[in-house]
Design a protein around this ligand. Structure first.
Ligand SMILES: [Fe+2]
Ligand SMILES: [Fe+2]
Length: 288
């Protein structure tokens, strides 16, 4: 039996979101209901083009096509990897092979954690820690730990030329369908989606000291931000950027729904057997 993942049903063309900056998009339908999640990455053109995260293996062919519709492989100078999850580093090998002039920007810890899967060409690597900057031609890029994350190596990326911040997994939210930006989503729905996704993805949220967390969030919010791009959300523009940060700041005292359990899987299997669409009903939060 082959355990092949389902290829995405729909393709979404690259979306220009700021000067020189293109969102490479993929959506994935959740098994538990009519909900979609984005799996984005970014291409920054300019005098030294940068690819920010590398998409998923299941979308490899389309992802490479999308990236190289924006920039020629030989022109890519930097490949920034935020962390080692498969939805962010899924085509690292392929893009490194395709782009011989590119330097891989990662952390030392990334290379150690991933060494059993990928032979890092250290002469083509650059190690950046939290707060480190590097110059990419006409812009300076700064690696900065995002407010929330799900791997210890995670670094976001701030572009001083456009004010775009790559927030990695922070601000993730499930959606009823694809959309280009968050402008039309009602605040209540957005808050619910952000709470559920971010609490599940960073389950240590409940151990946070509110004051220390707020100081950590300040580091990102005090940047001169024009736009937030992230892997699992449409882009967030002013004036909704502050709204999004307020939602993140509220998470230490949030109560997300319990995750789907075996009873839900039984219902899902029953729906599949009967050719029905399964819609998951969140149970009350544990202890509620
Ligand atoms: Fe992640
Ligand atoms: Fe992710």
């Amino acid at each position: 039996m082959a355990f092949e993942p389902e290829k995405p049903e729909t393709t979404h063309p690259p979306l220009k979101v700021a000067d020189d900056t293109y969102l490479i998009q993929q959506t994935q339908k959740a098994a538990i209901g009519p909900l979609w999640v984005y799996l984005n990455s970014l291409v920054i053109k300019g005098s030294e083009p940068i690819v920010v995260d590398t998409g998923t293996p299941v979308n490899r062919e389309q992802w490479l096509k999308d990236v190289f519709s924006i920039v020629d492989p030989g022109d890519v100078r930097w490949i920034f990897l935020s962390h080692d999850d498969v939805d962010h580093a899924g085509n690292m090998r392929e893009i490194m092979e395709a782009c011989p002039n590119a330097t891989l920007v990662v952390t030392w810890f990334f290379t150690e954690r991933h060494a059993s899967e990928f032979g890092f060409p250290f002469d083509r690597c650059r190690w950046v820690n939290d707060g480190d900057s590097f110059k990419a031609g006409d812009r300076t890029l700064t690696a900065l730990t995002p407010p929330l994350f799900d791997s210890p190596v995670t670094r976001g990326l701030y572009d001083d030329r456009t004010g775009v911040y790559w927030a990695v997994d922070t601000f993730a939210t499930p959606l009823p369908g694809p959309m280009d930006h968050m402008d039309d989503v009602p605040k209540e729905d957005w808050q619910q989606g952000i709470t559920m996704f971010n609490c599940w993805n960073s389950p240590w949220f409940k151990m946070l000291d509110q004051d220390k967390f707020e100081q950590h969030v300040d580091r990102t919010q005090k940047l001169e931000l024009e736009l937030i791009a992230s892997c699992h959300s449409p882009v967030i523009r002013k004036p909704r950027i502050d709204e999004a940060f307020s939602m993140i700041r509220a998470l230490p005292s949030a109560t997300p729904p319990a995750q789907p359990n075996q009873g839900d899987l039984d219902d899902l299997m029953h729906a599949i057997a009967n050719g029905e669409e399964y819609v998951w009903e969140p149970a009350p939060p544990p202890g509620a």
